[in-house]
Design a protein around this ligand. Structure first.
Ligand code: HPA
Ligand code: ZN
Length: 346
């Protein structure tokens, strides 16, 4: 038994850092640091609309999701070759290992690359090779989730799924990202039905900027197993009750929510209420190069801003991240035992 009440608040930052955890909501293209963007631009002869690393970083003042996405897609334009995708993912895994991430499920956006003439096989080959290297070098298990861009058509998503099928063994699921408002989940009903028939796991961004109705349709029409973000569920008591009863995981990204002005400050974030309502909420970094922090920074800043969060919540968040992952039961049990050990000696 872990004596959570005996753990003082000043021990929390060290525990948050040291505890093993899974990251389930990371857009790998959102891990591209400005320095790597410029290095890859030079390596590939790509012209950027920013004069320097500093000028690019200075543009990271977002007012909403779309203002971020415009810069995020510009940054991704330097990715051309398998090696670029490998280098990008390895830089993320190195940071994740330092944060005691033991398992990561990486979103990738094939359409961002195929529309520039980069083959989907090139993207998947680079990310797959990096995932294998992450296991060998850092002991991190990694899985890939292919995301459809929701501002494009469902037919484009279906064509992307078809193009990815020769690489089916290299990704475990599909997701839905990009501009949420005006692009409800039900727009992608057929491609998610097809993905389900193929035995793929299903997730979708919903309730970040979009209303609770988008979370309902992600569950009922797309039949997703996890909701990415989902924070706007707190506006709908019946929805919270359903998510809690069915233990539908929500991959919450606190620093992202503040940077994209979903909440004015971390102190205003509903995460404590979500946890206390019994939701299977997790903490994630979303696009760490753009939003001011990797996973541990998200944990530490969130706990600092919200004094009602305790050691019990910290343990719950890490254990939720394992429960919510698409990893096997055996490794989940091992990670949970390692988590308990950190808290027992805390
Ligand atoms: N929301 C939607 N689409 C995205 C995001 C996000 O936070 N990051 C990268 N693509
Ligand atoms: Zn996201």
């Amino acid at each position: 038994m872990i004596d959570f009440d005996a753990i003082s608040r000043d021990r929390l930052p060290a525990l948050l850092r040291a505890m093993p955890k899974a990251e389930l909501h990371i857009h790998i293209e959102g891990s591209l640091q400005p320095e790597l963007i410029f290095a890859l631009a030079q390596r590939n002869g790509v012209a950027l609309p920013y004069a320097s690393v500093q000028a690019l970083r200075a543009a990271y003042a977002f007012t909403d999701l779309q203002s971020f996405l415009d810069i995020y897609y510009a940054g991704a334009s330097v990715l051309l070759h398998e090696e670029d995708f490998f280098d990008m993912a390895m830089a993320y895994f190195r940071r994740a290992a330092a944060d005691h991430v033991v398992h990561a499920e990486l979103f990738f956006d094939p359409q961002t690359h195929t529309e520039r003439g980069v083959g989907i096989g090139t993207v998947i080959a680079g990310l797959t090779r990096a995932s294998r290297a992450a296991q060998a070098e850092f002991g991190i298990s990694a899985l890939l989730i292919l995301c459809f861009l929701r501002h494009l058509s469902e037919d484009a998503a279906l064509a992307t799924l078809d193009a990815a099928l020769p690489y089916r063994e290299h990704f475990v699921g599909v997701g839905l990202d990009s501009s949420e408002l005006g692009h409800p989940p039900e727009k992608f009903a057929r491609v998610f039905a097809r993905s389900r028939e193929l035995g793929l796991h299903l997730v979708a961004h919903a309730g970040e900027e979009g209303p609770p109705a988008y979370i309902w349709s992600a569950l009922d029409v797309l039949q997703v197993q996890r909701i990415d973000h989902g924070v706007r569920c707190v506006e709908d008591a019946a929805l919270v009750a359903r998510l809690a009863a069915q233990r539908v995981p929500l991959t919450v990204c606190p620093l992202s929510n503040v940077k994209l002005c979903v909440y004015p400050t971390l102190a205003a974030h509903p995460l404590p209420a979500m946890l206390d309502a019994g939701l299977c909420a997790t903490i994630n970094s979303d696009d760490p190069a753009y939003f001011g922090g990797y996973l541990n920074q998200n944990f530490i800043a969130t706990f600092e801003a919200l004094p009602q969060l305790t050691a019990r919540h910290a343990h719950r968040l890490a254990s939720n991240s394992f429960e919510a992952s698409f990893a096997g039961a055996d490794v989940k049990r091992r990670w949970t035992e390692a988590l308990d050990k950190v808290f027992a000696s805390g």
